[in-house]
Ligand binder design. Structure first.
Ligand SMILES: [Cu+2]
Length: 449
């Protein structure tokens, strides 16, 4: 049973979020002036929102844009009416209007919020921010935490955002990939840390489409959580991979001396790119590190009995270099040429983004097994709303100790089985979080009754 109703009688944490045009200094001043963005409360990313697990967040969203918007609270096992999906859970918020979101955040962890209307444009222009749900009792495993929202802007020489949103070429390929990777909205930031500080780094990939491989040079780093949910603590032997919308909490030991620097790097085709620089500054925190320990486990239990599970398949097709001949759109079959004219070039089970029929209708309390098959030439970041799931098999091979996720990166030709308990009533999206792919057909929904 979810803690979304009747649990919290305490006063809500109340925040006002105004979505409106703004300006932010993304590239260093010596290269260009501020970038015109669409921002929450004037900054991109927007403010870090925090609430304690089990607590209630009230967010009054005002739309100061000249187009409709909405806010999705990504990864929160939320009351359906607050999920922020226009046409499914609410009407989009018209320009000048407001929407009062209010919900309980049941699970501690690293989440984020972002526009869910024309998100392929609104998210890319800056409408997102971190949402941190704190543990019920403070976790003592790190000196502090550090929220790093990673993004991938596409800018032109004067620092402004390149137009070209809606390019069908990009929608049929890997989505809108940028040229300016940022940490907390800034290229080349310097982040001060104490020598020998131990920090819980909360990484959030807020990019539309870029899959990121992030490394902390040779600093000792351990995995603590994925997509908000604690994992067994595990030493990382290489970069951490984040598909769009994925999060990872890491425990990083900033071992070194005053004045040392160490890069945060993004792996690119041309080698590692320094997204930000940690500058060790001040007296050392300690001479020796204590033994590290992980987060207390939380989140939904593993569903062990799948004998009565609701099962269905989802075949993902389309995109460039694929074999899709056509798909159903607006109630009839169209060939690729016609689909391109409608900006629909991907399909789920032969349907290109039509939302009139759910993929599944499942009674509450029944386990779900979705078998997802990526029959395209592209990776996809498959996201389920309102539930965390476990990938229990990949290409037919069982996954040992499957972790909880809300977004899984599927490679071309890969087939996965995901399981979760249908315990949150309402209408929930299942879509690719490469936002251009979602807009171009990789979207469906299911209902928990
Ligand atoms: Cu995709």
């Amino acid at each position: 049973m979810l803690a979304t109703t009747g649990l919290s009688t305490a006063a809500a944490t109340r925040r006002r979020l105004v979505a409106a045009p703004g300006q932010t200094q993304i590239v260093p001043e010596k290269f260009a002036g501020p970038t015109p963005v669409w921002a929450f409360n004037g900054t991109a990313p927007g403010p870090v929102l925090r609430v304690r697990a089990g607590g209630r967040l009230a967010a009054d969203v005002e739309n100061g844009l000249d187009q409709a918007t909405s806010v999705h609270w990504h990864g929160i096992r939320i009351d359906n009416a607050m999920d922020g999906v226009p046409g499914l859970t609410q009407e989009a918020i018209a320009p000048g209007d407001q929407f009062a979101y209010e919900f309980v955040a049941p699970d501690p962890g690293t989440y984020w919020y972002h526009s869910h209307n024309r998100s392929w444009e609104q998210n890319a222009r800056g409408l997102h921010g971190a949402l941190i749900v704190d543990e019920p009792a403070p976790w003592k495993g790190a000196d502090r935490d550090l929220v790093l929202v990673l993004d991938d802007w596409r800018l032109v020489a004067d620092g402004s955002i390149e137009d070209g949103f809606g390019s069908i070429m990009e929608w049929a390929h890997g989505g809108r990939i940028g040229n300016t990777p940022t940490v907390n909205g800034r290229l080349g930031s310097q982040i001060a840390v104490r020598p020998n500080e131990r920090i819980r780094v909360r990484l959030i990939n807020a990019a539309n489409a870029r899959i990121m491989e992030i490394a902390f040079a040779d600093l000792p780093s351990r995995l603590l959580a994925l997509d908000g949910m604690p994992t067994a603590i595990e030493t990382l032997s290489g970069p951490v991979q984040l598909a769009p919308a994925q999060r990872a909490d890491l425990l990083v030991d900033f071992a070194g001396a005053d004045g040392d620097t160490t890069p945060l790097t993004l792996q690119t085709r041309d080698g590692p790119f320094e997204m930000a620089t940690f500058v060790l500054d001040g007296e050392p925190m300690r001479s020796e590190y204590p033994d590290p320990f992980g987060l207390p486990m939380s989140g939904p239990a593993l569903v062990t009995d799948l004998s009565d599970a609701f099962r269905t398949d989802l075949v993902m097709e389309g995109g460039a270099m694929g074999s899709m001949q056509g798909a159903t759109h607006q109630g009839r079959w169209m060939d690729m040429r016609e689909l391109v004219s409608k900006s629909r070039v991907w399909s789920f089970n032969g349907v290109a983004g039509d939302m009139d029929e759910p993929l599944a209708t499942v009674e509450r309390g029944r386990p779900i097994v979705f078998t997802l098959r990526n029959a395209t030439r592209w990776p996809h970041a498959m996201h389920v709303h309102g539930h965390h799931f476990r990938v229990v098999s990949r290409d037919g091979k069982p996954v040992a100790n499957p972790v909880l996720r809300d977004t899984d990166l599927m490679m071309p030709d890969e087939t996965i089985e995901i399981t979760f308990m249908a315990d949150n009533p309402g209408k929930w999206l299942l879509h690719c979080h490469m936002l251009e792919h979602a807009a171009a057909g990789m979207m469906t929904w299911f209902e928990v009754t």
